[in-house]
Ligand binder design. Structure first.
Ligand SMILES: [Zn+2]
Ligand SMILES: [Zn+2]
Length: 165
């Protein structure tokens, strides 16, 4: 990717264009890169409606992936502004995401130290996380620390479950 494209105003225009083209609605708030994001591809903030994008996905995965992340965040954005179901688990969110072909999960970044880790087995009792490269059946294993039941989680675009939107 051309590093010259790594400017917030470039991203801002890109988000505005995708919003008009794929959603038929304007994006009237701020979009910016946040270099402090780690594995998260993007974030939407309920407080001020801004969208943040991980610049490493832009540099390392390319524009097509970032466009998919932008569409994901715009699903949160438009549904939230329209007071519809904007959360990951909401039917309206899932339908809109599928309709605009947004990414459900951001690709794992090369060299992020979690190179091929795409899945987390999470203990439902003590919360311990076991990163795994391959999808596994959580019912077949128990937590090594407390013997609790495990739940499988894919590493996601937004860490909405643990932080702000
Ligand atoms: Zn445990
Ligand atoms: Zn999301």
């Amino acid at each position: 990717m051309n590093p010259k494209l790594l400017f917030d105003d470039e991203l801002q225009r890109r988000v505005e264009t995708i919003s008009r083209r794929d959603f038929g609605k304007p994006f009237r708030h701020r979009a910016c890169f946040n270099p402090r994001l780690r594995t998260t591809g993007g974030r939407y903030f309920l407080s001020d409606h801004r969208i943040e994008i991980n610049p490493r996905h832009w540099l390392e995965c390319g524009a097509e992936v970032v466009d998919g992340i932008i569409r994901h965040e715009l699903c949160h954005y438009h549904l939230h502004l329209e007071k519809r179901g904007y959360r990951h688990g909401d039917r309206e969110f899932k339908e809109l995401l599928a309709h605009v072909k947004g990414l459900r999960h951001a690709p794992v970044l090369p060299g992020s130290g979690k190179r091929s880790v795409r899945w987390l087995l999470v203990c439902q009792h003590c919360g311990h996380e076991y990163p795994r490269r391959k999808r596994m059946d959580p019912a077949r294993y128990r937590c090594g620390k407390c013997r609790g039941r495990l739940r499988l989680r894919e590493i996601a675009v937004c860490d909405h479950d643990d932080g702000p939107f």
